[in-house]
Every structure is written in structure tokens, then in C-alpha cells.
Design a protein around this ligand. Structure first.
Ligand SMILES: *Cc1c(COP(=O)(O)O)cnc(C)c1O
Length: 458
């Protein structure tokens, strides 16, 4: 067959439904719990999220229609291309075929607009006027600012983890350009922020702290027209991201591949990984032989080292308890450059998939990741986000294994975003100023001790 670098889908072939893994899990999901240890009801979530998204959050429907207006917004950059990494394959001398779904082509540069658009749209449908959120590396804050701007009539307020706010000033400018407002977290604007600053004035911040601030800012608005949004972790976010894997499946079929042998994504809160992998997990549940790998930072080893427990999603314990792999909600990860992978927990759906043996996980040091990112940049040409380099490092490991075994495997991975806003990390790596952080075992143990007395998931 002739060499084909890009596999495109026509707009008409973009999926018309999202895929929900929840009803297909071998073991049912553990419900979120309130402070009293009882399952939270949709009504209890109503001050935080609009009811139409809460319905998706708790849905047991396998397929959920994508409203036509949302599809039209997504056409701005979707369907995203599936790309054969011929040049990377050649550099590795591997017999493996490597394909990546390029989610870096979105206006904000990552997969996050796939859920920012539906979240802003459903909130607007529900009469909401303002959205608050947190952001790590700034990807989610810019995706939501973009979504609010193109949908119109909704304000966007972003609490950005301080270390990233300082490392990545361009992200804030991007948010401002789309009309969003961005402050460094912890901030003096919320009680949660003021409390943390009083105790730890020099804290680099964390997603857990920023979430507390964003939730507080939403629920304390006296008009009742503000809601909170989360860019990952929750079931409805995984749902919206499933469009990635659904498109990839159609694109692989176009070049005669009925299934990949290996599917890889990097894992922060789990959404881009879920997006590429859940449609293939469906096949795996129904007997297909597919290895599915989540790649995470060695310094924030949620999938590889953290227990499967009930924990809060945030530091101030404002969120319900979620059944997930968690390093403890007080965990403040080392300031690695993959800001989007510095979260103490993991999506309940991804955590359940790991527990049910549908996937495996690898923890990788940032130096190996940046090395992988540089090789990708110099071969494929596109500079990956530091988060994405974790997936690429795992792909390189698998491609080398395929070479040793002499196997012509098909490896599919999610290229979750480009790194054009993250060049400081590359600069440090090139100047030899980037170091690896050890897995902070004792600190994690200490954080987990504080969770004694929390209920345990089944
Ligand atoms: C946010 C982000 C991630 C991590 O978040 P997930 O929810 O785990 O996908 C990974 N890659 C990029 C480029 C991101 O912006």
C-alpha cells in the first residue's frame, strides 16, 4: 500500500454520539459520597454543576447523543487527524507501526476543548452566566476561555496553580485574549486561598488547592448564576473525550487496521487517556486482545503507587468523596514541567478500569520524557507538551520492545497537545537544569494516614 502519513475523516463522519464506559465496566462504579458517607444525590450537586451535566455524570447509557450545535462548534478543528509517525519509527528502527491522534490542532492546543465546548454549551442552555475553574499548566483555563468566547454570553474565571502561573505567563495571556480572567492560586480572593497562604505563604500551589478556590467562588455567588467546571476526572469529561478514540477507530479502519495492539495515553486526571482508550476498552471487554497503557510522572505516581480509596478531589474537602487512586488530597507534587499531570487523584472511571485489569500503568521520570519529546520534535517535527511526552516515552519503550521481539505491532497513542507554550521546560532540559524528583513515599504515607476513617470503595 502507498505510504499515507495523514488519515483524515470527513466532517460528516465525525461521531454523532459519545461513548460512556460506565455501563460496560465489569464491576459497577462506586458512587460519590457526601460528608455523611452516603451517596450524593444529583440535587446535592446542583449548586456546583448544571443539571444537564449532572445527568451525564450519573448516566448508565452507553451512547449519548452529541447535540448538533456542539458538533458545529467542534468542526472548528475536528475531526482531528490520525498521523502515522513514519519518521519516529525510522529513528527507532522499529517494526512497529506508530499512529498518533493529533489533539494539538485545537485552538487551545490540546484535547481539552473537546469537553470545554460541551461544558460551556450545557451551562449556557441551563441559564448560567459565569463559569469558574482551576487550571494546572493553563491548558484547561485557556480551553474554557476559548469555549466561553466562541459560545458567547458566559464569563470565565480561572484559578491557575501558582508555579505554572509563573512558569507559563503566555497561558494567562491566551486566556485574556479569549476574554477569560486568570489569577494565581492560592489567591486572596477566597477563604480557601487565604487559609492556605496564612499557613504556607511560599506554596507552589496545587490543583487540589485551586479546585477548592474555584468551587468556593462558584457556590458563593449570591445570584446563583455561577457554576464550576472541571477539565478532567469526572465521568462526563471522560464521556466528551471519547470522541478521540471513536474517530481513531474509524481512521484506523480506513487504512485496514481493525484494531491496534497497544493504546497509550498520558494520565493527569485521566481524560485524554480515557478519550483515546475507552472505545478500545469496549472492544477489550468484548474479547479483543489490546494492551492499554497509562503513562504518568514518576513524581506523582497516582496509578502505579497510590491506593484505590475514597478521597476528596480538593484540599479544602469541598468536593464529594470519589472512589479513585489517590495520593491523598493534601499531596503537593514536585514542580515538574508537566503541570497537567500534577494531580493527587485519578478519574474514578480510569481507576475502576485499572482495578478491573482493563489497563496497566507506567511511571516515568521527566528526563526520559523530555528526551522522548526531543526525539519526536526532531523526527515528526511537532513539539509535544511536557504532559504528552510521557505518552511518547511509553510509546518508545513499547516500540523498542517490539524491535527486540521482532513484532510488527500497531501502537496508537494520543498526542494530547503541542508544547509551544511550554518551551521553558525544553530550555531547562537542553541546559541541563532539569532534574528528576524521587517518589516521595514518606510524604504520601503521611497524607494517606490523614484519610483514616474514610469509607473504603468496594
Ligand atoms: C491537561 C493535559 C493533560 C492531562 O490531563 P488529562 O485529564 O489526564 O488528560 C495531558 N496533556 C495535555 C496536553 C494537557 O493539556
Amino acid at each position: 500500500m502507498a505510504r499515507q502519513k495523514h488519515i483524515y475523516l470527513d466532517e460528516v463522519d465525525m461521531p454523532k454520539q459519545w461513548y460512556n464506559l460506565a455501563p460496560d465496566l465489569p464491576t459497577p462504579l462506586n458512587p460519590p459520597l457526601g460528608p455523611d458517607g452516603k451517596p450524593v444525590t444529583p440535587e446535592m450537586l446542583a449548586p456546583v454543576f448544571p443539571m444537564n451535566l449532572i445527568e451525564q455524570e450519573v448516566s448508565q447509557e452507553r451512547w449519548i447523543d452529541i447535540p448538533e450545535e456542539i458538533r458545529e462548534h467542534l468542526f472548528r478543528w475536528r475531526p482531528s487527524p490520525l498521523v502515522r509517525a513514519y519518521e519516529l519509527e525510522a529513528a527507532l528502527g522499529t517494526p512497529a507501526k506508530i499512529y498518533y491522534k493529533n489533539e494539538g490542532v485545537s485552538p487551545a492546543g490540546s484535547h481539552k476543548p473537546n469537553t470545554a465546548i460541551p461544558q460551556a454549551w450545557y451551562n449556557k442552555q441551563f441559564g448560567i452566566k459565569k463559569l469558574t475553574t482551576e487550571t494546572g499548566a493553563g491548558q484547561w483555563g485557556s480551553a474554557l476561555s476559548f469555549a466561553c468566547s466562541v459560545i458567547g454570553g458566559i464569563e470565565c474565571k480561572v484559578f491557575m496553580v501558582r508555579v505554572s502561573f509563573e512558569q507559563k505567563p503566555f497561558r494567562k495571556m491566551l486566556m485574556n485574549t479569549w476574554g477569560g480572567t486568570c489569577v494565581a492560586s492560592p489567591s486572596m480572593e477566597t477563604q480557601a486561598g487565604r487559609d492556605i497562604l496564612a499557613q504556607y505563604p511560599d506554596t507552589p500551589g496545587s490543583l487540589g488547592i485551586a479546585i477548592s478556590e474555584a468551587v468556593e467562588a462558584a457556590v458563593s455567588d449570591p445570584t446563583g448564576k455561577t457554576r464550576y467546571t472541571l477539565g478532567s476526572v469526572l465521568n462526563h469529561v471522560m464521556l466528551h473525550q471519547s470522541i478521540i478514540g471513536l474517530e481513531a477507530k474509524k481512521q484506523l479502519a480506513k487504512v485496514g487496521i481493525d484494531k491496534p495492539d497497544v493504546v497509550i495515553g498520558c494520565c493527569g486526571g485521566g481524560s485524554n487517556f480515557a478519550g483515546i482508550s475507552f472505545p478500545f476498552m469496549y472492544d477489550k471487554i468484548h474479547g479483543a486482545d489490546i494492551q492499554i497503557i497509562g503513562a504518568e510522572p514518576f513524581s506523582c505516581p497516582t496509578l502505579t503507587k497510590a491506593p484505590f480509596i475514597y478521597d476528596n478531589g480538593d484540599v479544602a474537602q469541598m468536593t464529594p468523596l470519589l472512589a479513585m487512586h489517590s495520593l491523598g488530597h493534601n499531596f503537593v507534587p514536585a514542580p515538574i514541567h508537566a503541570g497537567g499531570l500534577r494531580y493527587h487523584g485519578m478519574a474514578p472511571l480510569v481507576s475502576a478500569a485499572l482495578r478491573d485489569g482493563l489497563m496497566e500503568a507506567q511511571a516515568i521520570h521527566q528526563s526520559e520524557c523530555f528526551e522522548a519529546g526531543l526525539l519526536f520534535s526532531k523526527t515528526e517535527g511537532i513539539i509535544p507538551a511536557p504532559e504528552t511526552t510521557h505518552a511518547i516515552a511509553a510509546v518508545i519503550r513499547e516500540a523498542k520492545k517490539a524491535k527486540e521481539e521482532g513484532k510488527e505491532k500497531t501502537i496508537l497513542f494520543n498526542f494530547s497537545g503541542h508544547g509551544l507554550m511550554d518551551l521553558v521546560g525544553y530550555d531547562k532540559y537542553l541546559n541541563g537544569e532539569l532534574h528528576d524528583y524521587e517518589y516521595p513515599e514518606s510524604e504520601i504515607a503521611l497524607n494517606l494516614e490523614k484519610l483514616q476513617g474514610y469509607p473504603l470503595p468496594k
